[in-house]
Ligand binder design. Structure first.
Ligand code: ZN
Length: 503
C-alpha cells in the first residue's frame, strides 16, 4: 500500500472515532437536558459501550501500523494539515495504548463511585465519606503518570492531556507572577466602598431572561442554524456533529439575578462560536476541536468578561435590558449597573468569585493538586490544608468542608489537571484581545458601541478556523507574535478596575 492510501485509511478510522464521540455527545446532552430520572442506569450502560468502542478503534494495532507507514514515508509537508493530522492521531493513539485497559476501567469505576459519594458527602458536610475514594483516585492518577516517564512532574501527564505542552514548571512561574500582581490590586479595590448590587436580587421572569439571552446570542453571531440554547443544571457546550454545536444555560428557580443566566449564556457562546467556526474540511479529523482547554476557555472568558462586562457592551444592551424588565431596573442607571456587575470581593466560593479574585481560587487548587500528586500532601490532611490556604490567600476560613474542599466536583469526578486552564483562559483572553486591537485599532471604536462583528471575524480568522491544527504554544506565537504572557491581562485588569473604582 502506498503512504497516501494508508493516510486515507487512517482518516476513515479517525472519522469513525469522531462519529462515536459525537454519538456519546448526543447521549450526554440528552441526559443533561431532557432525560427522565429513571433513564439513568440504562444510559450509563450505553455510554460505557460507546466509550469502549471508541477506545478500541483508536488503540487498535492497525492504527499503529498505518501511523508508522505514513510517518516513515518522509512525504508529509511540515506545517501542512496532513502533518497536523498525523501528529494529533499519534498523540491520541499513544494516550490510548500506554495506559493499561484495566487501569482505565478501574479509574472510571472509582470516579463514578467517588462522584456519587460526593453528591451525598457535600450536603452532609462529611469529608470522611469521600476520603478513601479520593485517596484511591490520587493513587490511580499517580500510576497513570508512571506510563509517561518523559514528564517531569506527575501532574504534567494530566495537564498535558487537556493543554498540550503545558507543565507544572511553566504554570508555577506564571502563577507566581500573577499572584504578585493580583494581591495588591485586590487589596486596593476592596479598600474602596463596595458597590450596591442588591437590585440583582429582584425578580426577572424566566421566559424574558431566556428571550433576552437569545437576542444577545444572535447579535454576537451564534449560528442558530447550527446550534441551539437549552437549560441544564450546569451550563455546557457540546458538539453533536458538524453543523450541530449546542450550548446550555441555567436560570435561578426563584428567577432572581438576570445576570446569572445571561453571563452563563455569553460564556458558553464563546465556547460554542469557537466550535461553530472551525474549518468544515477538518470534520472527521482530530483538528475538528479547539486547540486546548486553555485556548477554549480564553474564548468563553473573552466574550463573558472582556466584552460582556464592558462599558461599550452595556451602553448598547443596558437600555434594552431595562425596557425588557420594566420596573425591576427602573431606578438603576448604567453606572450603578456596571459597578454592580464588576463588584470585587474576597469570598469562599470559586464559582461566585469576580474576575479579579477568581484566579486566587484557582492558584490554591493548582498548588494543592501538585502536592497531592507529588505525595507531599495526604488526602486526609487536604481539608485543613485547604482552610489554611484560604486563610492566608483570601483572608477567610470556611465554616465547614462543604464550603471548603468539597465545593467543586472536579477531583471527585476524576478531573485532575484541569483547574489551571480557567486561569490560562483568563490570561489568554486578554492577550488575544490586545493582539486584535493592536492589529486592527478600529475595533476599539466598534466595541465602544457594542459592534462585536469585527472582533468576532478577527478571532475566526486567527483562532477559530484552525481548530486544533496548531499546538497551543504555536497558536499563541502565531496570533500574538510572542509567547504566553500575563502582561496584557494585568494591564487590562488595572485599566478596567482603575477606572471603575477610581484607583
Ligand atoms: Zn468554560
Amino acid at each position: 500500500m502506498s503512504w497516501t492510501e494508508d493516510l486515507a485509511t487512517l482518516k476513515a478510522r479517525t472519522r469513525d472515532v469522531q462519529d462515536l464521540g459525537h454519538t456519546l455527545a448526543v447521549l450526554n446532552w440528552d441526559q443533561e437536558v431532557l432525560m427522565p430520572p429513571k433513564g439513568g442506569p440504562a444510559r450509563g450502560r450505553m455510554i460505557g459501550v460507546i466509550s469502549r468502542l471508541m477506545h478500541e478503534r483508536i488503540a487498535d494495532q492497525k492504527v499503529a501500523s498505518l501511523l508508522a507507514s505514513v510517518e516513515s514515508s518522509g512525504k508529509l509537508k511540515p506545517g501542512s494539515d496532513d502533518a497536523a493530522f498525523v501528529r494529533l492521531t499519534r498523540r491520541f493513539h499513544e494516550h490510548a495504548v500506554r495506559v493499561p485497559t484495566e487501569l482505565v476501567a478501574e479509574m472510571a469505576e472509582n470516579d463514578s463511585r467517588s462522584q456519587q459519594a460526593w453528591v451525598q458527602a457535600r450536603p452532609a458536610n462529611d469529608f470522611s465519606l469521600v476520603e478513601p475514594l479520593l485517596a484511591r483516585s490520587v493513587e490511580l492518577r499517580r500510576r497513570v503518570s508512571e506510563y509517561f516517564p518523559e514528564h517531569a512532574h506527575p501532574l504534567d501527564t494530566h495537564i498535558d492531556a487537556s493543554d498540550e505542552g503545558m507543565t507544572v514548571a511553566i504554570l508555577r512561574g506564571l502563577f507566581r507572577q500573577l499572584r504578585y500582581e493580583l494581591v495588591p490590586l485586590v487589596q486596593a479595590v476592596t479598600a474602596k466602598p463596595a458597590p450596591d448590587d442588591s437590585f440583582l436580587n429582584r425578580k426577572f421572569p424566566k421566559a424574558k431572561q431566556l428571550a433576552f439571552s437569545n437576542k444577545v446570542l444572535a447579535r454576537l453571531g451564534y449560528d442558530f442554524e447550527a446550534g441551539r440554547l437549552d437549560e441544564s443544571a450546569h451550563p455546557f457546550t457540546t458538539t453533536l456533529g458538524a453543523g450541530d454545536k449546542r450550548i446550555t444555560t441555567r436560570v435561578h428557580a426563584d428567577e432572581h439575578d438576570v445576570l446569572y443566566s445571561l453571563m452563563s449564556t455569553i460564556h458558553e457562546f464563546g465556547h460554542g462560536t469557537y466550535e461553530q467556526n472551525i474549518k468544515e474540511e477538518y470534520d472527521g479529523t482530530p483538528m475538528f476541536a479547539g486547540a486546548s482547554s486553555g485556548v477554549h476557555e480564553s474564548q468563553s472568558r473573552l466574550w463573558e468578561n472582556v466584552v460582556g462586562r464592558s462599558r461599550g457592551f452595556w451602553s448598547y444592551w443596558y437600555p434594552r435590558l431595562q425596557r425588557t424588565f420594566g420596573k425591576a431596573l427602573k431606578d438603576v442607571d448604567l453606572e450603578m449597573f456596571l459597578r454592580a456587575i464588576n463588584k470585587v470581593e474576597t469570598s469562599l466560593i470559586r464559582t461566585e468569585a469576580d474576575e479579579l479574585t477568581y484566579n486566587l481560587h484557582i492558584i490554591i487548587r493548582f498548588d494543592l493538586e501538585c502536592q497531592l500528586m507529588e505525595g507531599s500532601l495526604a488526602v486526609k490532611d487536604l481539608p485543613e490544608a485547604w482552610h489554611a490556604r484560604y486563610q492566608s490567600d483570601l483572608g477567610q476560613r470556611a465554616p465547614d468542608d462543604r464550603n471548603g474542599v468539597m465545593q467543586d466536583v472536579h477531583w471527585y469526578g476524576g478531573y485532575w489537571g484541569v483547574f489551571h486552564s480557567y486561569t490560562l483562559g483568563n490570561i489568554l483572553s486578554a492577550q488575544f484581545y490586545a493582539a486584535a486591537l493592536q492589529q486592527q485599532p478600529e475595533l476599539a471604536a466598534q466595541l465602544a458601541v457594542a459592534k462585536t462583528g469585527g472582533l468576532h471575524r478577527w478571532m475566526k480568522k486567527h483562532i477559530y478556523q484552525h481548530g486544533a491544527k496548531y499546538t497551543p504554544a504555536e497558536l499563541v506565537q502565531r496570533v500574538t507574535g510572542g509567547p504566553l504572557s500575563i502582561a496584557p491581562y494585568i494591564a487590562y485588569l488595572r485599566e478596567k478596575y482603575g477606572e471603575l473604582y477610581a484607583l
